[in-house]
Design a protein around this ligand. Structure first.
Ligand SMILES: [Zn+2]
Length: 202
């Protein structure tokens, strides 16, 4: 009887452990490819650095002072945590997109050379911008002056590519009515994600 109970406990332990391994969100191994992919100050710039735990996600940096890869990885994990809380991701389309995203960190703001929209959907031309979604998996983000990812537009740009992945529309006019996808909940989610980044001091 006693051995049966022990066996049962062992089975339960294994079952919980196996279950939790199934529930991992991103790759949970810090593989060699991530360890070896580092910013090299003496080599040519820009350089591409792998973002650990996100399959083939990368960041493009203009120098080695830009956010280290582990901070970018944590920021992306927090983004996905918040996205799932608000919008779910049952087909993993957002997760799969994050796993192949490239974040191009910029040292200076840019002038918008095409037409864009502000957060309320009002048209913008030749405005100074701090972030841009360039394609399905490429975002450009001004690294900012504060040295904190929370104060950049990274969370905002990740919403654009996640909308592209989940509803098939990047919704460039945000809360405006010309394109669909972006709702007030997306703007709230961004603020909560940024607060979470601040809690981790990143
Ligand atoms: Zn935008």
């Amino acid at each position: 009887m006693r051995s049966r109970i022990i066996l049962l406990i062992l089975f339960c332990l294994c079952a919980t452990q196996c279950e939790s391994r199934k529930n991992i969100i991103f790759s949970n191994s810090y593989t060699k490819i991530y360890k070896n992919s580092v910013c090299k100050p003496d080599e040519k710039f820009p350089q591409i650095v792998m973002i650990p735990f996100f399959e083939s996600a990368t960041q493009l940096v203009e120098d080695c002072k830009t956010y280290p890869k582990h901070k970018t990885a944590l920021a992306m994990m927090i983004f996905y945590h918040k996205w799932q809380e608000y919008f779910g991701d049952s087909d993993y389309s957002v997760k799969n997109t994050l796993n192949k995203t490239m974040i191009k960190w910029g040292k200076n703001v840019r002038v918008l050379d095409a037409n864009g929209f502000d957060l309320e959907g009002a048209p913008l031309t030749h405005a100074l911008i701090a972030g841009l979604t360039e394609s399905k998996t490429v975002v450009w983000v001004w690294q900012g002056k504060h040295g904190k990812i929370s104060e950049t537009s990274l969370m905002h740009e990740l919403v654009h590519i996640s909308l592209g992945a989940s509803v098939g529309n990047f919704d460039p006019d945000h809360e405006g009515g010309k394109y669909y996808g972006w709702s007030p909940a997306h703007s709230v989610m961004i603020e909560e994600a940024k607060d979470m980044l601040r809690a981790f001091n990143i």
